[in-house]
Structure formats: structure tokens, C-alpha cells
Design a protein around this ligand. Structure first.
Ligand code: NAD
Length: 472
């Protein structure tokens, strides 16, 4: 976290990154200020009776930019949550949605709470009350403001929020679209839980398709065999580490958690580490790995790719100069402060920025919202038709070539796309296109000094065009 007195706040850090981007652009006077400003932020304090006593909680919902409605952004549960952080995260959401061309404005919410200190029953009570406070002010609404999971929340909380909203406003055909990241049996979509980590994988795969970009990070080849250190084995970090190691042949050589870090030059088994954390509440004692109680020190260890996937501000003035990884893949929001970003650029470290790389969550949330509004699952109409066409193609090939199509190819051709396959395809397309949009800006514009600035330029240009056409 940013506890160095020389560090500015998270929101100021995001604003300075924004300013660095707009300094390379030619926006009409005042428009940058309009885009950068957080339109509104609502703070709520509410009491909940837990057992025999009452406890008062503080929460926020910030709406950064309403150039498109609804606005979208996760709700985080963290004991360190504050308004500045919520505003920073809401701003990142606006730029993120524009970068990956998902038609939402930016929002974010948080509740100041350590969820690990409460029973499931109490958490449900608190969540329902928070949802009620937000919903009655239209800060949860299928056409105006659609929350999603973030740090400390997941499917369970989204299910409670959805039910609370629909109990308050029954009879709305679109009610289910008031929140995304719900369990599939409650109107969620297949592939949402893994989406942010999957997006990190797809983003890194696209990066590794461009030899010039890989060389800029002083790396070569593919993801195969690359040594990766991951911070945070939660939703995002776990899925990213799992997919990159199991499907791309990367080696997870270090995992940093709250209680310390473990490492192994041969690579860690991500599933086994996850199971160990579930029973032992930390990485300490994981068999066959070296352990250190100083987790943050492992951010500085030698590796090919560093994936911070826990929280903001972990790479700061205090450690930026010591980071050895030549490539940082920002799975978390805001893991690198503005000051650290400057130091790392000077050092030649390549950063694939958060506003692009962790957009998989909001992308699949968009698919879920569309599914809720359309009230039909993806692939429902076309799947069997696709299979029939595949079958016809196999039969035609066999007849024309007088041979048998091998079973593996036959299976591929005769299997229609189900919802999960379509979600992954849409996510892959989104991550590939967005990376290419960003690198085109980086390569074409001399004043754009890194991928983060390019990503910001990409998003800001799209928001600016929208404002200009709206005529405000
Ligand atoms: P999570 O709560 O599921 O996981 C966070 C993990 O980080 C946990 O395992 C926790 O123990 C660990 N952690 C917390 N503090 C740590 C510390 N100081 N050092 C090491 N490990 C620590 O949260 P998540 O949903 O995976 O979110 C992680 C990051 O990704 C956040 O920055 C969040 O804003 C961002 N993000 C999440 C999503 C999403 O869909 N969940 C989407 C986009 C971005």
C-alpha cells in the first residue's frame, strides 16, 4: 500500500497518468477536465443489528463518467477502503471500458469491512442492507448503474445484491441485469468467475505474438517456460496463474500472499497452493517450496514476468528501483504508483497496464448483462445448427476424398459452440483487438512513451469523441 509520505494518493496517481496522456493529445479546452472529473460520489453510513448489538458501516459508490449508461464497476469489501480509492477505481473503469470498447461508463463501490471477520449470515445481512441503501438512490439499477464483484466479493455477494434489488423493485423484466457476476443459476454467465484471469492470459498471449514488443522487455520466444511471480492468489491471480501454467507452459516460480511468499525454481502447482491456502489460511508450510515471511520482498526477485494481482500501490517509490522483472503484467488495479511508473520506465521495464489487462471481468460482465436483458443464453439457437453443418462438412469431405476424417478433427467440426466457448471467444477477440489498438497508438505517436499512456490515449479519445458528438 502507499504508506510512503512522498507518494501521492491513488486517485491523484490515476489523474497524473491521465494528464500524461492528454498532454500528447489535442483536445478542446476543458474537455480533458470534464472527462477526468469524478461526476459524483455517494457515501453511506448504515447500521446493522448483529446478534445483540448494532454496528455502523461506511460504504461508497462513485460514478466517474456517464458518457454511456449504465455505468459499471465492482464493489469491493476491504478494511482499508476509502473514498479516494473508490474514485480512482471508478476513473479506471471509465478508461477501461472505452479501451476495450464495452459500452459502459465508469463506476466503483466499496464497503469498509474485513469480510473474514464476519459469519456468512452476518455478511448477508450487511450486504443486503448496503444494496438497499444503494438501490434506493439508483446506484444499483439495470439501466443506470450495474455493480460486479471485486476484491473481497464474489458470486455469493452478487446473488444477495440481485435478490435484494429484485425484492425492492419486483416485476421489472430487466431486473436481473442490476448486477453482474451472479451465480449461473441466478442469471449469471458461464466463464465470468474466471474472466479477469482469463483476460490476463489472453492479453499476455497477444503481447507475445509481437516480437518487437517482446524484445522491448528484453525477452524472446513465447510464454512457454517463462518464470512468473504472482502476488495474490485470489480470484484474478489464481485464474491467471492456473491458465498460464497449465495451458501456456509458463512456470509460476513465486506466489506472494498476505502471510508471506513461497518460491520454487521448478514451478509451483497452482491448484495445490490454492488448496493449501484454503486449509492453512496462507502459503506458509507449502511442501517443496522455499518460504519467506517477507512477501513484498519477492516482488523484487528475478523472474521474466511479474503479475501483481492483489491490490493497488504495491510497487511504489520504496521498491520500484529494485524490481528485476523486465515485464510487469498489471492484473490488479493500480499496483504501480505514478512515481514508481516513472522509475520503471527509466529502467526500461515494460508494463502492460491494468486499464487494459484486467478488462476481462468487465467484458464478460457485459456479456452477462446482455444475456439478462435478452433473457436467452448464448448459443441456444445456433449450437445444434452448427453441429449439423459440421456433420455435413465431415460427410462431404469423406465422400470427396474417399477417406475417414480423424476422430479428433471430426469432434471439433461437429461440436457446436456453447455459452462458455462463445464467452471465451468474445473475450479473446476483445483482448486481442484492444492490445492492437494500444500498440498502434504507441508505435505511431512519438510523444506516447509507453503502453500505459497509449492505453489512456486510446480510451480518452473514444470518450472525448462521444462527448463532442453529444454536444456538451
Ligand atoms: P480477491 O479478494 O479474490 O483476491 C485478492 C488476493 O490477494 C487474496 O488471495 C488476498 O489474500 C491477497 N492479498 C491481499 N492483500 C495482499 C497483500 N498485501 N499481499 C499479498 N497478497 C495479498 O480479489 P480479486 O477479485 O482477485 O482482485 C484482485 C485485484 O484485481 C484488485 O486490484 C481488483 O480491483 C482487481 N480486479 C478484480 C476483478 C475481478 O473480476 N474480481 C476485475 C478487475 C480487476
Amino acid at each position: 500500500m502507499m504508506n510512503d509520505p512522498n507518494e501521492i494518493t491513488f486517485r491523484k496517481s490515476v489523474d497524473l497518468m491521465f494528464d500524461r496522456a492528454t498532454a500528447t493529445m489535442d483536445l478542446p479546452l476543458g474537455l480533458a477536465e470534464q472527462i477526468r472529473s469524478c461526476n459524483s460520489v455517494y457515501q453511506v453510513q448504515f447500521g446493522v443489528k448483529l446478534g445483540d448489538s448494532y454496528e455502523v458501516f461506511t460504504g461508497w459508490r462513485a460514478v466517474h463518467s456517464e458518457h454511456i449508461l449504465p455505468v459499471k464497476g465492482g464493489i469491493r469489501y476491504a478494511d482499508f477502503a476509502n473514498q479516494d480509492e473508490v474514485e480512482a477505481l471508478a476513473a479506471l473503469m471509465s478508461y477501461k471500458c472505452a479501451i476495450v470498447m464495452i459500452p459502459f461508463g465508469g463506476s466503483k463501490g466499496a464497503l469498509k469491512i474485513d469480510p473474514r471477520q464476519y459469519s456468512e449470515k452476518d455478511l448477508e445481512k450487511i450486504t443486503r442492507r448496503f444494496a438497499q441503501e444503494l438501490a434506493k438512490r439508483d446506484l444499483i439499477h439495470p439501466s443506470l448503474n450495474v455493480p460486479a464483484p471485486d476484491m473481497g466479493t464474489g458470486e455469493r455477494e452478487m446473488g444477495w445484491i440481485s435478490d435484494t434489488y429484485q425484492s425492492l423493485f419486483p416485476g421489472q423484466a430487466n431486473g436481473m441485469g442490476c448486477v453482474t457476476g451472479k451465480p449461473v443459476h441466478l442469471g449469471g454467465i458461464n466463464g465470468r468467475v474466471e474472466a479477469t484471469g482469463r483476460g490476463v492470459q489472453f492479453g499476455l498471449r497477444e503481447y507475445f505474438r509481437h516480437p518487437d514488443d517482446i524484445a522491448r522487455a528484453r525477452l524472446d520466444g513465447s510464454l512457454e517456460g517463462k518464470r512468473i511471480i504472482v502476488q495474490g492468489l485470489g480470484n484474478v491471480g489464481y485464474h491467471a496463474a492456473k491458465f498460464l501454467s497449465e495451458e501456456d507452459g509458463a512456470k509460476i516460480t513465486g506466489i506472494i500472499e498476505r502471510d508471506g511468499a513461497i518460491s520454487s525454481a521448478d514451478g509451483l502447482d497452482v491448484e495445490a497452493v490454492k488448496a493449501h491456502i484454503a486449509t492453512n489460511h496462507g502459503v506458509k508450510g507449502f511442501p517443496g517450496a522455499d518460504y519467506t515471511g517477507n512477501g513484498p520482498a519477492m516482488l523484487e526477485a528475478e523472474c521474466d514476468i511479474l503479475i501483481p494481482a492483489a491490490m493497488e500501490g504495491v510497487i511504489s517509490l520504496q521498491n520500484a528501483a529494485k524490481i528485476q522483472a523486465p515485464l510487469i503484467a498489471e492484473a490488479a488495479n493500480g499496483p504501480v504508483t505514478y512515481a514508481a511508473d516513472e522509475i520503471l520506465r527509466e529502467k526500461g521495464t515494460v508494463i502492460i497496464p491494468d486499464a487494459y489487462l484486467n478488462a476481462g471481468g468487465v467484458t464478460v460482465s457485459y456479456f452477462e448483462w446482455v444475456k439478462n436483458l435478452a433473457r436467452i443464453r448464448f448459443g441456444y439457437l445456433e449450437r445444434r445448427n452448427e453441429e449439423r453443418r459440421g456433420q455435413m462438412l465431415v460427410e462431404a469431405l469423406e465422400k470427396m476424398l474417399n477417406t475417414t476424417v480423424p476422430q479428433e478433427i471430426r469432434d471439433q467440426l461437429t461440436t457446436g459452440s456453447d455459452e462458455l466457448a462463445l464467452v471465451r471467444s468474445g473475450l479473446d477477440d476483445t483482448m486481442r483487438n484492444a492490445y492492437n489498438n494500444i500498440r498502434d497508438i504507441f508505435n505511431a505517436r512519438e510523444k506516447v512513451v509507453d503502453l500505459r499512456t497509449a492505453a489512456f490515449v486510446c480510451g480518452i479519445e473514444r470518450i472525448a469523441k462521444r462527448y463532442e458528438s453529444m454536444g456538451i
